[in-house]
Design a protein around this ligand. Structure first.
Ligand SMILES: [Zn+2]
Length: 320
């Protein structure tokens, strides 16, 4: 194993299809860095947990894929990126939380009030699927980066396209001033369920060729990514080859990606704690037991009446 492989924590090789991973590469002639993410399993898992199909699945899947590509600013595994896309469409806000170690989770803030059946995506000929009718075209994109102890950056841009990847690309280019081309896509089966997902991010280094990024952006908008993913599972190497139209590049290694939430019983207890001791006791008396469901992953945690009373006592002790 080369030093570079060790450096990126690579456990997954760059050429295995069907395994979620992130691969980094450099195109030396144009000073362009390319990141590719294969996220089929991650996006399937997220949409299975949130019971999403159609346009909603594409929206969450594109945002999750983009977050994996974007949580790579520092190469620090402790890096954390949060994305909130607040559109005026039926989906409400899309919330994503991704980490530099490859974990990502996400949800829709208005999942409970979505129409049934869930809206389908619209197809623009051979181009990418269109989802702006459910994301909205008015609103904002908020990106928060934690890049180490007490170092937090937040940027906000207006929502423009409602296609998620185009809006995040605009965020990177204007707010972070990194000329970027970002394309993320989710292929669905004929019932609207997630089949495969993946994405590519190309950025120039300082002194790089911004016109080259412009050309890459045009090719990402062409719909080839959707066609690639609709046929069969793609390796990240194939995605990089597609983004660079076959230009020579050097792979800098790959690392694994996965859907993972960091909730647990303690999270459920702290959510209930916000009610205050008296209301927790009342809840235990009235409902007996209560269920707290994590909005990011859908996992339910049940607290019994005894646990609720114990929590209330604990809160009173802490206060006195
Ligand atoms: Zn969770």
């Amino acid at each position: 194993m080369s030093e570079r492989d060790v450096d990126t924590g690579a456990s997954a090789g760059p050429t295995k299809p069907g395994r979620d991973q992130l691969e980094r590469a450099v195109q030396h002639d144009f000073h362009v860095r390319v990141l590719a993410a294969s996220t089929s399993e991650l996006v399937r898992e997220a949409c299975r947990r949130h019971e999403l199909t159609g346009a909603a699945a594409i929206a969450l899947g594109r945002a999750l894929t983009a977050s994996c590509l974007m949580a790579t600013l520092t190469k620090d595994r402790r890096e954390r990126l949060r994305i909130e896309i607040q559109g005026d469409g039926a989906l409400g806000s899309i919330l994503i939380d991704a980490h530099g170690d490859g974990r990502a989770r996400g949800c829709l803030s208005k999942r409970a009030s979505l129409p049934t059946p869930l809206p389908a995506a619209r197809w623009r000929g051979d181009g990418p699927a269109s989802i702006s009718h459910v994301v909205g075209r008015v609103g904002k994109v908020v990106v928060t980066r934690d890049v180490g102890l007490e170092q937090q950056y937040q940027g906000v841009v207006a929502l423009r396209s409602g296609e998620v990847d185009e809006d995040l690309e605009q965020y990177l280019t204007t707010s972070e001033q990194l000329p970027s081309a970002l394309g993320c896509e989710v292929a669905l089966d004929n019932l609207g369920r997630v089949q495969r997902a993946g994405g590519v991010l190309c950025q120039t280094f300082p002194g790089g060729d911004a016109a080259e990024v412009e050309r890459l952006r045009e090719s990402l908008r062409g719909g080839a990514l959707r066609q690639l993913l609709s046929l069969h599972e793609r390796t990240t190497s194939e995605l990089i080859g597609y983004a660079l139209a076959g230009q020579e590049h050097e792979s800098m290694g790959a690392s694994a990606l996965r859907f993972q939430c960091n909730c647990g019983r303690d999270t459920a207890r702290s959510v209930i704690s916000t009610l205050g001791a008296d209301d927790i006791d009342a809840l235990a008396e009235e409902a007996g037991r209560t269920e707290v469901r994590c909005s990011f992953c859908g996992q339910a945690y049940e607290l019994t009446a005894a646990e609720l009373h114990a929590l209330a006592s604990e809160l009173r002790e802490r206060r006195s």
